[in-house]
Structure formats: structure tokens, C-alpha cells
Design a protein around this ligand. Structure first.
Ligand code: PMP
Length: 356
């Protein structure tokens, strides 16, 4: 007799994280390459002296700091153990077995996995031929069973972002009982002024009486805290309340809370780092285009190479150059923008890749 587990879990592929290979440069997980600032390390060290105590389960100080930073009441903010955990909490809080979660595809790999884990129905909407979210098709995919729509902008892994007009169209078309979740994990790397700040857009929607818009952000990318796991949700109070009911107690640990607070205090310095990455992004994309690669315009800290059936060969070629990129076989490769030196290593690999 073996332990009986959920039969429907057998078909779930499991999340495949970007690999770390000793001796190779990792450009596979959209992390920043520089370590935390000294002030952030000091805050982590100070918090480490009290880890005999449980952390503040509601992360009140961090919620207050985010609320001040974003100019929203604290009742509109919840933090989670990475924004991926908040994605899961949102599905748990809104969906039962027949309910649908609409999301673009290809996009963040956790959307289909956590939808299945929670036991809801996934509705994948293909990207446009230009590798962008297909707003019309996503809106058309919404049914009375839709409880949640993930709008990933900039989209992981293609980097494309929606304009204010596109997002407005989305929000106007979504029924009031389906929550539109703008996933802005890469917001801090956006430099195109036609791409709106999701939090500002959500605030305008709430002011207009639309309580079905929420925004997800993370400290993992621009703030360089991927290893500590902390992200946040900005949403109407009714959503925050129910999301807080489905959390794992003490999920955001004390070091993560201290580091996130210290990162907000050092935000100017961290955002300056992001601007360096954005400048490198322009350089890398320009060179790739000159080499003849198709690279969609990207507003994130990575580029997408839609190499189709050459993806696996490209992946292996990069490994030979001691570079770990993120390959989605048959589709494309995503490569994180890093320091100028590491980006040069990648460009050299791209230059020497036999194209056919
Ligand atoms: N959303 C998107 C679009 C992402 O790419 C990621 C990380 N890859 C996340 C959410 C989750 O990030 P984290 O859990 O580290 O906050």
C-alpha cells in the first residue's frame, strides 16, 4: 500500500529553474549580477542577530514603507515569499475547480504550473507573431468562469511591454468579477514612456470604481534580492484581505523583510544600477540585430531570441562558451543582460554561433 496522492498532479511538469553551472556565467534567471549594497548587507546582518524570534507575519514595517513609497493605503499592500507565492495565493483566493485563469503563452512558466497545483483551469492565449501579448485574444478568452487574468508586462521571456492604451483597453473590457493582475516583475527596467506604471494605472482604475485591478512586483530583480524571496501585491482591500487568508504563516522571513526595507532606503542607488543594465540592453540588442538575429524590442533585463528549432543548438553552443542561458526547446532562448564584460562574452558566443 502506497500513500495516495492527488492523481492530477502526475501531469504537472514541475518548475525547472535556471541552472547554476560551476565555472560558467549564469545568464539564465534574470537576476542582477551585482551583489547587495553594503547598507543592505548590514541590515541583513543586524536582522540575523534576532532570528531566534519569528518574523512579523504581516511584515507591517515593510507594508508601511511600500504604502508610503507607492502612495497607497497599507490596506492595499501585501507582501509574499517572492511574487510567485503571491500568484499562487491569488489563484487560491479566487478559483475553485472549474474556474479559469487566463494568461499569455509563452509567459512566466509558473502560471500554468500553479494554476494546475491549485486545481483550477488554465486558458493559455498565444502571443502575437511579434512575441507580444495579444490583447484582443486575451480579452476574447475571458468567460463567465474567468476569475483571474495574468497580464505580464514586460512579458517574461519575450521582454515586450503593453502601452497605456493597450492596458486601458484590457481593463475596460474585463468583467468586474474577474481580477486583472498586472505582473510587473521587471517594471524597474522599463524606459519606454508609452509603457505605464501599473500601480498608477491601478490607482486610476480604483478611483473610477473598478476594483478588479491588481499589480505584482518583486524585490528579486531590480532590487537584487532573489536569494531572499520577497515580493508584493498592490490590490483593492477586499483582494488583499482574502489573499492574506491563504498565506503560509511567517512566509516572508526576517532577513528578507530587513533587506527589502534597506533596499527601499537605497532605492536611488539600485535604480541607477538598473539604468546601467538598460544601457547594456540597448547595446546588446543593437549588436544582435546587426548580427542578423531576430530580437523583439525588450523592456526587461533580458533579450529573447526566437530561434525555434535552433534553440537547443544555441543552448549547447553557449554552454561551450561557459554561458548558461535559458532555453525553451523549439521556441527560443532568453538571455539575461548582465555586466558589460559578461554581455561581451555572450555577444562573442552569438557571433560564432552557426546560424543554419
Ligand atoms: N513574475 C514574473 C513575470 C517573473 O518572471 C518572475 C520570476 N521569474 C516572478 C513573477 C516571480 O519572481 P519572485 O518569486 O522571485 O518574486
Amino acid at each position: 500500500m502506497t500513500v495516495r496522492t492527488r492523481a492530477d498532479l502526475a501531469s504537472i511538469p514541475g518548475y525547472v529553474p535556471g541552472r547554476s553551472v560551476p565555472g560558467a556565467v549564469k545568464l539564465a534567471s534574470n537576476e542582477v549580477s551585482l551583489g547587495p549594497l553594503p547598507s543592505v548587507v548590514a541590515a541583513i546582518a543586524e536582522a540575523a542577530g534576532q532570528v531566534n524570534r519569528y518574523p512579523d507575519s504581516g511584515a507591517a514595517e515593510l507594508v508601511a514603507a511600500l504604502s508610503a513609497r507607492l502612495d497607497v493605503p497599507g490596506s492595499h499592500v501585501s507582501v509574499g515569499c517572492g511574487s510567485v507565492t503571491l500568484c499562487q495565493q491569488l489563484i487560491q483566493a479566487t478559483c475553485t475547480a472549474e474556474d479559469e485563469v487566463v494568461f499569455p503563452w509563452r509567459s512566466f512558466e509558473a502560471y500554468p504550473i500553479i494554476t494546475q497545483v491549485v486545481g483550477a483551469q488554465q486558458v493559455r492565449v498565444p502571443l502575437t507573431p511579434g512575441h507580444a501579448l495579444d490583447v484582443d485574444a486575451m480579452v476574447a478568452a475571458i468567460t463567465p468562469r474567468t476569475r483571474l487574468v495574468f497580464v505580464c508586462t514586460p512579458n517574461n521571456p519575450t521582454g515586450t511591454a503593453l502601452t497605456a492604451a493597450e492596458l486601458d483597453r484590457f481593463i475596460a473590457a474585463a468583467p468586474a468579477d474577474a481580477l486583472v493582475v498586472i505582473d510587473e516583475a521587471y517594471r524597474e527596467f522599463v524606459d519606454d514612456e508609452s509603457v505605464p506604471d501599473g500601480v498608477e494605472l491601478a490607482k486610476a482604475a480604483w478611483a473610477a470604481g473598478r476594483d478588479n485591478v491588481a499589480v505584482l512586483r518583486t524585490f528579486s530583480k531590480a532590487y537584487g534580492l532573489a536569494g531572499l524571496r520577497v515580493g508584493y501585491l498592490v490590490a483593492p482591500p477586499a483582494v488583499i484581505e482574502v489573499v492574506r487568508k491563504v498565506f503560509v504563516p511567517f512566509g516572508v522571513n526576517a532577513l528578507a523583510q530587513a533587506a527589502a526595507l534597506a533596499s527601499l532606503r537605497a532605492e536611488d542607488e539600485l535604480l541607477a544600477r538598473c539604468r546601467d543594465i538598460v544601457a547594456e540592453r540597448t547595446r546588446v540588442r543593437t549588436e544582435l540585430l546587426a548580427l542578423g538575429y531576430d530580437v523583439p524590442p525588450t523592456q526587461a533585463n533580458f533579450v529573447w531570441l526566437p530561434l525555434a528549432d535552433r534553440t537547443q543548438a544555441f543552448n549547447e553552443h553557449c554552454m561551450e562558451h561557459k554561458l548558461v542561458v535559458r532555453a525553451f526547446p523549439g521556441d527560443g532562448a532568453r538571455v539575461t543582460i548582465s555586466t558589460p564584460e559578461e554581455n561581451d562574452l555572450f555577444l562573442e558566443a552569438a557571433r560564432t554561433f552557426p546560424r543554419n
